[in-house]
Design a binder for this molecule. Structure first.
Ligand code: ADP
Ligand code: GLC
Length: 486
């Protein structure tokens, strides 16, 4: 089974969130199960690349598409990386999606249109690199046009064409662009309407993926149901209900080579379920690094993530004073919406020895917070899966979460013997209540230990999810008449 995993980001080279982690961990897990996997992503300007360049292929200019190159990079222990090099489109500062000020690049349809086009090309007999995918696994809106291009290739030729699988990591981001760009992108006129990629007068890369993929997955089972409702469907719930027979949720895993407190090189003191007392060393180090009062007798809450409404960061900011009044400390790492950054910074200014806010992206500090905090805050309004609540459980740092999406699928409340605190809903009252509950249980060390152990005992590995993806690949490949061995 040849699988092309197409993605706009992959850790540790480029990462803005969970998709970077998934792209780093799922392909090797698939390879361990016997799949021949390649990871395709753009060659961004400032990418830190570890690996050996083993082959290069030229992709000539075609129509409105610029010339590009495909670079194959060998990485030890991970599937080969195929980098799509087109400096005019990808070699610029900022994030994969926008400039340093957070503004989306105006030519994203073209940038990710090319990524999708090359992903689809690798699933046809015209593949330039002597290897052809049986399944093209497209991730999120930046790869959304790939299933459409595969469909068009199928319509145009009698030769075999790969099946297309789309994974939705976040329905809130859809990749909208002016319909007038369809011509230059090579979207056939028949697919430009409401049964194709048209979405309220614009083109939608995500809708293209949803309409033309042979299978659609979301990153948790609960999210697969939620997005079929008007409340959570971001205008695409009707499309998703129509596609329900092809839609399923597969829970993300966590990469235990990167996120395991027993081996984590980024934290001060390593520990495990049988040596939980050593976790306290990480708390003391974190308090010192963040300029907080060095109090072992105060519970320390942590948060790491994008500072957005999705993540319920406003609840954290508004609940910060009560948290300090309740005797706790708080460390937040993240960047995002200016108003939320300001609200958190103001809370830190009010309580300098009890609240520390670090604005920015810092992989090392993220590990140190997950290890050093006593409890983790993740009151998301919606959460397709969420990884940090799984990381924090693996680190004996019980998460406080809302009962939504992947949070509901991965956190069981302490009241039911689980390793976290599930809020009654995404409200301030529910947040304050759950924090108060965590505070009172933290003060009862035996009960707290039991909650920590319940979280640490869970298996969040990638093995089972990777098997579920292979089943999906196998099914769609069979439907396409490929009859492949697993
Ligand atoms: P999402 O993908 O919605 O942002 P996830 O929980 O799936 O949320 O994944 C977030 C990932 O990004 C985690 O690995 C988390 O540690 C990391 N992360 C988010 N913000 C930061 C930050 N400011 N610094 C370091 N890592 C971060
Ligand atoms: C998205 C979602 C997050 C998920 C991640 C990886 O960024 O917001 O919930 O964990 O993708 O699938």
């Amino acid at each position: 089974m040849n699988v092309l995993f197409a993605t706009p980001e992959c850790a540790p080279f480029v990462k803005t969130g969970g998709l970077g982690d998934v792209s780093a961990a799922l392909p090797p897990a698939l390879a361990r199960l016997g799949a021949d996997v390649r990871v395709l992503m753009p060659a961004y300007g400032d990418m830190r690349l570890a690996g050996e360049l083993v082959a290069t292929w030229s992709l000539p200019a075609a129509g409105d598409w610029p010339a590009a190159q495909l670079l194959q990079v060998h990485r030890s222990g991970s599937p080969a990386l195929l980098l799509l090099s087109c400096p005019g489109l990808y070699a610029r500062g900022g994030s994969p999606y926008g400039d340093a000020g957070g503004q989306d690049f105006a030519d994203n349809a073209r940038r990710f249109g090319l990524l999708s086009r090359v992903a689809a090309l690798l699933g046809t007999t015209a593949s330039p690199c002597g290897w052809r995918a049986d399944v093209v696994h497209a991730n999120d809106w930046p790869c959304g046009l790939a299933p459409l291009f595969l469909r068009q290739a199928r319509e145009a030729t009698g030769a075999p064409v790969a099946a297309g699988v789309l994974t939705v990591h976040n329905l809130a981001f859809q990749g909208l662009f002016p319909l007038a760009a369809c011509e230059a992108l090579g979207v056939a006129p028949a697919h430009r309407g409401i049964d194709g990629l048209e979405f309220w007068g614009q083109g939608s890369m995500l809708k293209a993926g949803l309409q033309f993929a042979d299978a659609i997955t979301t990153v948790s089972p609960r999210y697969a149901h939620e997005i079929q409702t008007e409340a959570e469907g971001f205008g695409l719930d009707g499309v998703l209900r129509a596609q329900a027979p092809r839609l399923q949720g597969i829970l993300n895993g966590i990469d235990t080579a990167v996120w395991d407190p027993a081996t984590d090189a980024l934290i001060t003191e390593r520990y495990g379920i049988g040596r939980l007392e050593a976790k306290a060393v990480n708390k003391t180090a974190l308090q010192a690094a963040c300029g907080l009062a060095p109090r072992r007798d105060r519970p320390l809450f942590g948060h790491v993530g994008r500072l957005t409404g999705q993540k319920g960061v406003d609840l954290i900011a508004a609940g910060a004073d009560a948290l300090v009044r309740g005797g706790a400390q708080l460390v937040v790492l993240g960047s995002g919406e200016p108003a939320l950054q300001a609200a958190l910074s103001e809370a830190a200014a009010r309580h300098p020895t009890h609240i520390h806010v670090h604005l920015g992206f810092d992989e090392t500090l993220a590990h140190q917070i997950v290890a050093g905090a006593d409890a983790f805050l993740m009151p998301s309004r919606f959460e397709p899966c969420g990884l940090t609540q799984m990381y924090s459980q693996a680190y004996g740092t019980p998460p406080v979460v809302t009962p939504v999406g992947g949070l509901a699928d991965t956190v069981t409340d302490a009241l039911s013997g689980g390793g976290g605190f599930v809020m009654a809903g995404a409200t301030q009252q529910a947040f304050d209540d759950a924090v108060a509950r965590a505070l009172s249980l933290w003060a009862q060390p035996r009960r707290w230990r039991a909650i920590q152990r319940a979280g640490m005992a869970r298996d969040f590995g990638w093995d089972a999810p990777a098997r579920a993806y292979l089943d999906v690949y196998q099914r769609v490949a069979q439907e396409m008449g490929m009859g492949l061995a697993p």
